[in-house]
Design a binder for this molecule. Structure first.
Ligand code: G3P
Length: 222
């Protein structure tokens, strides 16, 4: 499965409420088409299926729950994602953590359905342990830097290179992404120099006064 060098997580920011999620998604699609850089997006859960249907860039879920179809209320199952044009999912985001056994189950259930998986981790140790579940991607995001103005690439470059080493010691096929405070093309270039295959970003694009310009700046060295 291909690894997008940029995943934009819309989170539950007000900038992505209602029709604004599709507007933002269209901006990401326009920049992706014009630049030739793959950009995936994670819209809010409520608009996921509609946006995946409307756009051609990869649309991922922000979360998935390890349930089979059946009784269960208020969950999002791998099977539900598979029944739409959604192509993959984040799992275990720092703002939506799951127990390790649920993470493993989600990865396995998604693999059966050929959904791409990006497992988020908080540190090098977790990166190495969760590599054993064989997701397609592991995203290292130190929680204290998320949503801030200091990029992980500046604040803690060692956590990126350390995660790349820890993950590849287990499975070289897993792509490592990084995120938290990533805002500029320079941040992305540093991430790639440190061995990451891409970045997981949110506020730098979603909360930017000009998201299109912010995104163009972000991808300028890819
Ligand atoms: O999912 C991406 C994220 O947690 C990073 O957020 O705002 O620091 O880019 P942000």
């Amino acid at each position: 499965m291909s690894v997008p060098p940029v995943i934009v997580n819309f989170k539950v920011y007000s900038e992505a409420e209602g029709t604004r999620a599709l507007t933002l998604g269209k901006i990401c699609q326009k920049v992706s088409r014009e630049s030739g850089v793959d950009i995936a997006i994670c819209p809010p859960m409520i608009s996921l299926g509609v946006i995946a249907h409307a756009l051609r860039i990869p649309v991922y879920s922000q979360n998935v729950d390890p349930l089979r179809p059946g009784s269960g209320t208020g969950y999002v199952t791998p099977s539900m994602l598979h029944s739409t044009e959604v192509r993959g999912t984040l799992i275990n985001h720092s703002e939506h953590r799951q127990p390790a056994e649920s993470v493993q189950k989600c990865v396995e259930m998604c693999r059966e359905l050929k959904l791409s998986t990006c497992v988020c981790v908080e540190n090098v140790d977790e990166a190495g342990r969760y590599a054993a579940f064989a997701p397609n991607m592991i995203a290292i995001e130190p929680p204290e830097l998320i949503g801030g103005n200091v990029s992980v690439t500046t604040a803690d470059p060692g956590v990126i290179s350390g995660s790349v080493d820890a993950v590849h010691a287990v499975d070289e096929n897993i792509a490592v992404l990084c995120g938290a405070g990533v805002k500029t093309g320079e941040d992305v270039r540093t991430a790639l120099d440190l061995g990451a295959k891409g970045v997981l970003v949110a506020s730098g694009v979603v909360k930017a006064s000009k998201p299109e310009e912010a995104l163009r700046d972000l991808i300028k060295y890819i």
